[in-house]
Design a protein around this ligand. Structure first.
Ligand code: ZN
Ligand code: ZN
Length: 346
């Protein structure tokens, strides 16, 4: 069985690994689709994320996967052989002080797939055959494998929306229209947002934002003044979903936020300098948003009901032996939104 292993920046290899058998409470899954995430791209391009998180040993990448159940371990109920499941990459310990408060995304012993945050690293899910806890698997009947593999980034955005508070009738600004930005548009609309304006620097991503339902899209590279019409009377937006990780995006957004507005920071691009004086005077609320927990199953359910359609976001699917090309393409925001890898021969 083959897996995608990163040894160092730009050193991605397809390697043979032994197949494990599932223990009690576990299942074996034949992985079908795997989406390449911004964090996978950071590991691939830079060998880490920022200065703190570095790849220090070979790391199987990937955390956005779906597949079909091939073996049920002892005691597993509620899943069937052959069933398509979305696999949550989140494996909290359920016993630490944050897990006991149901803050699973802050688990002290988190083993999140494909993460170089802990050492030894938490190995990823870009493998043809994966052994997972049954509790990680959400039945995804009726979805395509590609859609099911979108449950993870969708859950990130549903978590941010839930942290934003009620959005019914609210005006929302989304900065950065990669997959997370576009999924935030879909999630905010589903939560009842009225006006949704999206900004980015590229025509392709803005067209995707528009297709996802943004009312207005603004290219900040050549039309930044179009955003400033929203700055009258101290601003127009109740909530900002900041998905670019770029300080310039936050700086441009602050004048168009209403007093008391909430900034949801999702973008991770290293530290930034912020205008604390204006944030204070406008009484803005700055909130981080990190990963998810129960939103993973909600995301699958919303897709199954046809209430959120992620299919247009999947712009590319590559065969496993094309993994390097897949990573190169995934980072090209002039043509790719979500690039996925197909793990089984078709
Ligand atoms: Zn992801
Ligand atoms: Zn825990």
């Amino acid at each position: 069985m083959k897996s995608i292993v990163l040894h160092a920046a730009l050193d991605l290899r397809i390697e043979d690994q032994t197949v494990e058998t599932p223990g009690p409470g576990q299942v074996q899954v034949k992985v079908a689709a795997g989406g390449i995430c911004g964090s996978d791209l950071h590991y691939y391009t830079h060998g880490g994320i920022g200065a703190a998180i570095r790849v220090r040993e070979p790391l199987v990448l990937g955390h956005e996967v779906s597949g079909h159940i091939t073996v049920l371990g002892e005691g597993v109920t509620g899943l069937t052989l052959g069933q398509l499941v979305a696999i949550s990459p989140s494996r909290p310990c359920y016993t630490c002080k944050y897990c006991r408060q149901a803050h699973y995304n802050h688990c002290l012993n988190m083993r999140f797939y494909g993460s170089a945050m802990p050492f030894p690293h938490s190995q990823g899910a870009f493998q043809q055959i994966l052994v997972a806890e049954a509790a990680q698997c959400v039945p995804a009947d009726g979805l395509t494998a590609g859609e099911a593999a979108m449950a993870e980034p969708l859950a990130v955005c549903l978590h941010a929306v839930s942290r934003a508070g009620p959005l019914l009738g609210k005006s929302v600004l989304v900065t950065g229209c990669g997959p997370i930005g576009v999924l935030c548009i879909l999630a905010a609309r589903r939560a009842g947002a009225d006006l949704i304006v999206a900004t980015d620097l590229g025509a392709f991503t803005l067209a995707m934002a528009r297709q996802a339902g943004a009312d207005v899209v603004i290219n900040m590279a050549d039309n930044a003044e179009a955003l400033m019409v929203y700055s009258t009377d101290k601003g127009s937006f109740d909530v900002l979903f900041e998905c670019s990780g770029a300080a310039a995006a936050v700086l441009a957004a602050i004048p168009v936020l209403k007093p008391g507005a909430t900034i949801l920071q999702l973008g991770l691009g290293g530290d930034m300098t912020l205008p604390v004086q204006v944030i204070t005077a406008k009484e803005l609320i700055l909130k981080g948003s990190f990963r998810f927990h129960e939103e993973f199953a909600s995301g699958v359910s919303l897709m199954q009901k046809g209430l959120i359609d992620v299919k247009p976001l999947i712009t590319h699917t590559f065969a496993l032996d094309q993994a390097v090309k897949a990573f190169q393409t995934a980072g090209d925001r002039t043509q790719a939104m979500k690039a996925q890898i197909s793990f089984q021969p078709t």
